[in-house]
Design a protein around this ligand. Structure first.
Ligand SMILES: [Zn+2]
Length: 376
């Protein structure tokens, strides 16, 4: 990961949301509380950090009429490094025994976010936004701040705070202390208490254009432009998920999977000749063809089991959970999955009997496409 993350990235990645915030600063009409909503991975963190930088930048820039932090002054440096008294962050952590442990766990997550603001925080254990950390921030806010600075308090993934705890913060969210801006983030605004939601001005994040995702990946990771574009496409404009792929050291394996998945997805569209020719490029020998078909088989199983049980814990290809859930809509009829599985099995058997690899892949793609189509 490249630690030299630019404060200005978000201007391009989320232009609508950024312009709302930046114009409020320019007009001197900054709200007390904002709620940044949208799918995790779209840039809540960087939006919050860049906004905190803009509020405190000593030498603000203006680009195309929209203010931006300079990225050069002492305050911008401190805020970009998540090392400024003007930026207080409370984020979800696993269960902990005391405040000291909560601070340690918070610092661990901050380290990830410092290096890569689009990093999606995840853990095997249940994460909650801890009330003791929130109280600690409240205590700090009660102390007199630096006269020149606007303090920002970021409650990251507010939906992971217990409602009772959120209730305790209501007064602060309703009426932030002087020179303080509260930023909340959530995937879905509706999951927050209505009392909180109604006090906050909403900033909605959007799907990021794959071209911009690819530029970000190529700029911050050592990836070829082709691979960067592949990761951007397969994650469909979710930069956080694309970053997960890029950060993985096993690039070849990941990009094989990513291509295999894109090809699987293309079966659900009209079987276009381009899709078929990409499949043929990808399956020049038996080994490649077999691993593609085995992967498709496991994707069919995931889609089918999600269509029946609706339980994402049972999805094996977890890196594609979001897409698998979407694709599972085509698997309402169990016949679809069994027809597809049967065809994949037969083609694998054919391949082992030395038939020509590429014609059988092409024929299989058409049959799978047809099986999906009849289900509609
Ligand atoms: Zn600055």
């Amino acid at each position: 990961m490249d630690p030299d993350v630019k404060l200005s990235d978000i201007r391009f990645l989320q232009p609508k949301g950024w312009s709302l915030l930046a114009r409020a600063v320019a007009a001197n009409r900054v709200a007390g509380t904002y709620l940044i909503s949208g799918k995790e991975g779209l840039g809540h963190w960087q939006m919050a950090v860049s906004f905190a930088a803009l509020l405190n930048c000593r030498t603000r820039q203006e680009i195309d009429g929209i203010p931006a932090p300079c990225g050069e002054c002492a305050s911008c440096h401190q805020i970009a490094g998540i090392n400024s008294p003007a930026l207080n962050i409370v984020l979800p952590i696993p269960s902990h025994k005391d405040l000291k442990e909560a601070i340690d766990l918070t610092n661990e997550s901050l380290e990830y976010k410092r290096k890569e603001p689009f990093w999606i925080l995840s853990s095997t254990s249940q994460l909650t936004v801890p009330i003791d950390m929130a109280r600690e921030v409240k205590r700090r806010l009660a102390m007199k701040g630096d006269q020149d600075s606007t303090r920002v308090v970021l409650f990251y993934q507010m939906e992971k705070m217990l409602h009772a705890s959120a209730d305790a913060l209501l007064k602060m969210i309703e009426e932030p202390p002087a020179d303080t801006v509260i930023l909340l983030t959530a995937e879905k605004a509706e999951t927050l208490l209505p009392t909180i939601r109604s006090r906050a001005q909403l900033i909605r994040l959007e799907r990021i254009k794959p071209q911009l995702c690819a530029e970000y990946l190529a700029g911050h990771y050592s990836l070829s432009p082709e691979k960067a574009m592949l990761y951007a496409q397969v994650t469909d404009g979710n930069l956080g998920r694309a970053v997960e792929l890029a950060a993985d050291e096993d690039h070849d394996d990941i990009s094989q999977r990513a291509t295999g998945f894109l090809l699987f997805k293309s079966l659900f569209l009209e079987p276009a000749p381009e899709a078929i020719s990409r499949m043929l490029e990808f399956t020049t020998n038996r080994g490649e063809a077999e691993s593609l078909l085995l992967f498709w088989g496991s994707l069919v199983r995931d889609c089918a089991s999600y269509a029946v049980a609706g339980d994402d814990e049972q999805i094996i290809n977890r890196d594609y959970t979001v897409d698998i859930k979407k694709l599972s809509q085509s698997f309402a009829d169990p016949e679809v999955a069994s027809a597809m599985t049967e065809q994949i099995k037969n083609t694998l058997a054919d391949m082992r009997r030395n038939v020509h690899i590429q014609p059988s892949v092409a024929a299989l793609a058409l049959r799978l496409g047809a099986a999906i189509k009849t289900a509609r």
